[in-house]
Design a protein around this ligand. Structure first.
Ligand code: URA
Length: 228
C-alpha cells in the first residue's frame, strides 16, 4: 500500500515499516506483511494520513554517462541528478545502460510501469545505433528475424539502414522487448559492436525538441497512447 501510494519502492516501504513510522488505525505496525483493510483501516505515516500521491509521468532525455539507478556506491552521476526534487518517489520504466542516451520514462504509477515493460504488451522502443563495423544486408536481415542470445532468441525486430561510412553503419532498430543490454548483445550476435546507442522513441513518443539532459511531463494523450 505504501509503495502504491508513491512513498517508495517496496524495499523502501518495508524499511519504513520496520522503523516503526507507520500506524494502522492508531497502532504502530512493524510487520510489512500486516493485512490492511482499505475500507476500515486508517494508515498514518509519520503521524500524517497517507494520501494518494499525484500520479507523475516524466520523459527524460538521458545523456550518456548517467546511471539509471537511484544511487551509486561509486558516486557516479545518476538520472536522479537531472531531476529536481519532486517530493515524491518515482522510478525509471526499464533501464538504459550508462553509455546509452535517449528517452527514459519515470513515474510513480507502478501499473503503468508494468504495462510498459512487460513484453506481452509489446510497447516498441526504437534505437539509433552506430556499429563498429559496416554491416551487410544479410546481417541486418538476421537482426530482423531474431538472433539467439544467452537468454534465448529475440523476437523479430524492425531494422533500417540509415547510412554507412567506410567503417561504420548507422541503423535504426525497433524492438518490443527490453532485455538487459539487448541491442548491444544483438549487434554482437552478428559479429559487430555498438559504438553509440540512442533511444529515439518509446511507442509513438519521439525526442522532439526536448534538449539533452532535460525532462518534461508526458501529456495525457501520450499516456493514453502508450497504454493502448
Ligand atoms: N539495449 C541496450 O543494449 N542498451 C540499452 O541501454 C537499451 C537497449
Amino acid at each position: 500500500m505504501l509503495s502504491k501510494a508513491g512513498v517508495g519502492s517496496r524495499t523502501e516501504a518495508r524499511r519504513i515499516i520496520h522503523a516503526g513510522r507507520v500506524k494502522v488505525s492508531g497502532r504502530v505496525v512493524e510487520n510489512p506483511d500486516h493485512w490492511v483493510d482499505l475500507e476500515r483501516d486508517r494508515v498514518h505515516l509519520d503521524g500524517k494520513p497517507l494520501a494518494a500521491q499525484k500520479k507523475t509521468y516524466l520523459l527524460l532525455y538521458k545523456p550518456a554517462g548517467y546511471l539509471t539507478t537511484r544511487a551509486d556506491p561509486e558516486g557516479r552521476p545518476t538520472v536522479y541528478d537531472l531531476l529536481e526534487d519532486l517530493g515524491r518517489w518515482i522510478f525509471p520504466v526499464g533501464r538504459l545502460d550508462r553509455e546509452t542516451s535517449g528517452l527514459l520514462i519515470l513515474t510513480n504509477d507502478t501499473q503503468f510501469g508494468e504495462r510498459l515493460t512487460n513484453p506481452r504488451h509489446g510497447v516498441t522502443k526504437t534505437y539509433l545505433v552506430k556499429t563498429a563495423t559496416r554491416l551487410e544486408d544479410a546481417e541486418l536481415e538476421k537482426l530482423r528475424r531474431g538472433v539467439v542470445l544467452a537468454d534465448g532468441p529475440t523476437l523479430p525486430a524492425e531494422v533500417q539502414r540509415v547510412r554507412d561510412s567506410v567503417k561504420h553503419t548507422w541503423l535504426e532498430i525497433t524492438i518490443r522487448e527490453g532485455r538487459n543490454r539487448q541491442v548491444r548483445r544483438m549487434v554482437e550476435a552478428v559479429g559487430s559492436k555498438v559504438l553509440k546507442l540512442v533511444r529515439t522513441r518509446i511507442g509513438s513518443i519521439g525526442i522532439g525538441d526536448l534538449p539533452i539532459g532535460r525532462y518534461r511531463e508526458l501529456k495525457l494523450d501520450e499516456i493514453r497512447k502508450l497504454l493502448k
